[in-house]
Write a protein that binds this ligand. Sequence first.
Ligand code: APR
Length: 309
Amino acid sequence: MKSKVTVIGAGNVGATCAQRVAQGGYADVVLLDIVEGMPQGKAIDMMHSHPIVGSSRSIVGTNSYDDTAGSDVVVITSGSPRKPGMSRDDLVAVNSAVMNSVVPQVLKHSPDCILIVVTNPLDAMVYLVLKISGLPSSRVMGMSGVLDTGRFRSIIAAHLDVSVQDVHACILGAHGDTMVIMPRLSTVGGVPLTQLLSKQEIDKLVDRSVKSGAEVVSLLKTGSAFYAPGIAAAQMAESIVLDSKRILPVCAYLDGQFGLSDIYLGVPAKIGADGVEKVLEFELTDEEKLALDKSAESVRELIAKLDLS
Ligand code: APR
């Protein structure tokens, strides 16, 4: 059966994601934006790379939701990125309006799809999309942890001068400054990081990791990170389309797990054809639980600013 992934927003993150999915060879891709001509031009350009990379999948650029009909997965990247000096939270009003415009149109044409939200402020936007869509929470998730762990893994690997492939990481909580990085569950070749580095060394890596999104923003000056975010969203789409049941760190709806309810937060989860098929819950230390509760509080403050009427 042919699979179809639509990416809403053909900007930096969306285009990167679309290209990655199409090159993965497991789905045809539709790339939609409100800007006329831009998604069409990017799609043609990407298609020209397919003979070179050996992908037979199609990428269609469009301004019409008709072309998105029957999508299995829809990745929402439309909205504004932050500029230097802005936090992700500053984007709440502008990007809420974008979600309100996009989500009903997506569902009209793809009522059975699974939604992956990338737009920031992530945890609040996923919650908003759940409410707008009326879908079961298993079919609405956000991309945060694949990116955040990717950043931490790459920083650990560089520090230890080892292959990133053997570095794994666990991060819980919000996609923002309150994210809860879990060094005791982050491993290098299966060995916990806490047994390889001192607390001071780990604290430095954690700090760099939490600030790495802002580091990219301050260097780019005209937008936020997009290569790693786009590729991270594509990895989630792949696990859904191929029903791989990967355990990925994603922004998932919590219904009592970790003592938290009616909130979206980063947690490890099984991602397959049914979306978020299971949240992996485990025991936290008192310190970790306090940090996760603080992170949840920061998300609830943003959710309180949403117009959910
Ligand atoms: N419908 C479709 N596309 C839209 C809409 C809309 N209602 N509103 C905006 N867009 C499009 C813009 O035209 C633009 O092409 O969304 C795209 C956003 O692209 P960029 O400005 O390049 O932003 P990007 O870096 O891709 O980030 C997108 O992802 O990581 C987050 O914080 C980031 O919220 C931001 C989002």
